[in-house]
Write a protein that binds this ligand. Structure first.
Ligand code: ATP
Length: 255
C-alpha cells in the first residue's frame, strides 16, 4: 500500500535520510525503530510531505505522491499523528477532532464528522467524557489519544504514528498499543515510529531499523526481536536472557 523508494532528505547540508526504502502492505503494522537522531521523524515527515524528500519516490497504492503538498497527501489517505501530540491546546477536544476531518468536511462530507467522532469516542471513551474540555488541560495520555483520534478523523488508509508512547506511564503505553492493534483489526494500515522498540515490535508484523539515516536491518517482527544486535542495541536485554519474543502479543493475537 505504501512504498518508499530510495528517498534522500536534507536539512541544509545535513543528509538526514540516505536512500531509504521501505514498504507497508495493506493491513500491516510496521514498526520503525532507531536511536535518537536516526531519522525516524524525518522519514515520517518526508512521507507526509512536511519535509519533502529531494530524491526518491513515495507511492500510495502505486500512485506517486512524492510531489504532492502535505494537505494533498492527507486527502489521498495518509495521516500523521505527530511526536509530542501537538494538539490545539486552546480548542476543545471536540473541535480538535473536527479539525482532523477538515478536508473531508470541505469536500462536503458533512455527516462523516459526527459518525467518525463516535468511532473515536468508542476507541477512547475518556475523550467523550472530556469533549468540551480544552485540549491543553488534558493529561499527556489523553492528549495522545486525542492526537490519534484527530489523525483518524481523516479516515486514513495509512496512519503514521510518531513516538506515541513518549513520556507516558506504562499503563497508558499499554492502552495506546492496545488501540493501535484495534485499529489494525479495523483495517487501518500503520507505520509506527518508536523508541520503545520492544513494545513496538511486539504488536508489529514487520519492522525496520534505522541508523544515521540508513535502513540497516529489516524483517518480520519476530526476526527482529530475536536478532542479537537488535536485542543488544534496542531491547535493553542480553541475547537469550528471558527472551519473550516467540510469545509476543502479536504472535498470540494472530492465532
Ligand atoms: P528522535 O528519536 O530523537 O526524535 P529521530 O530518529 O526522529 O530522532 P530526526 O528528528 O528525524 O531523528 O532527525 C534526524 C537528523 O536530522 C538529526 O541529526 C537531526 O538533528 C536532524 N534534523 C532534524 N530536524 C532538523 C531540522 N529542522 N533542521 C536541521 N536538522 C534537523
Amino acid at each position: 500500500m505504501l512504498e518508499v523508494r530510495a528517498i534522500s532528505t536534507f536539512y541544509g547540508h545535513i543528509h538526514a535520510l540516505k536512500e531509504v526504502s521501505l514498504e507497508v502492505q495493506a493491513g500491516e503494522i510496521v514498526s520503525l525503530i532507531g536511536a535518537n537522531g536516526a531519522g525516524k521523524t524525518t522519514l515520517l515527515n518526508s512521507i507526509s510531505g512536511i519535509v519533502p524528500a529531494s530524491q526518491g519516490q513515495v507511492l500510495l497504492d502505486g500512485q506517486d505522491i512524492t510531489q504532492l503538498s502535505a494537505e494533498a497527501i492527507v486527502s489521498v489517505g495518509i495521516s500523521q499523528v505527530p511526536e509530542l501530540r501537538q494538539v490545539f491546546g486552546t480548542l476543545s477536544v471536540h473541535d480538535n477532532l473536527i479539525l482532523g476531518a477538515y478536508l473531508r468536511l470541505r469536500r462536503g462530507e458533512r455527516e462523516a464528522g459526527n459518525e467518525d467522532i463516535e468511532y473515536v469516542f468508542g476507541l477512547f471513551p475518556i475523550l467523550k467524557e472530556r469533549q468540551n474540555q480544552m485540549a491543553g488541560t488534558l493529561s499527556g495520555g489523553e492528549q495522545q489519544m486525542l492526537a490519534m483520534g484527530r489523525g483518524l478523523m481523516a479516515r486514513p488508509k495509512v496512519l503514521l504514528m510518531d513516538e506515541p508512547s513518549l513520556g507516558l506511564a506504562p499503563i497508558l503505553v499499554q492502552e495506546i498499543f492496545r488501540v493501535t492493534q484495534q485499529l489494525q483489526e479495523a483495517n487501518t494500515t500503520i507505520l509506527l515510529v518508536e523508541q520503545n522498540a520492544r513494545a513496538a515490535l511486539e504488536i508489529a508484523d514487520r519492522g525496520y531499523v534505522l541508523e544515521t539515516g540508513n535502513v540497516v536491518l529489516s524483517g518480520t517482527a519476530q526476526e527482529l526481536i530475536t536478532n542479537k544486535e537488535v536485542q543488544q542495541a534496542y531491547l535493553g536485554r542480553a541475547p537469550g536472557k528471558n527472551n519473550r519474543g516467540a510469545n509476543s502479543h502479536k504472535a498470540s493475537s494472530k492465532t
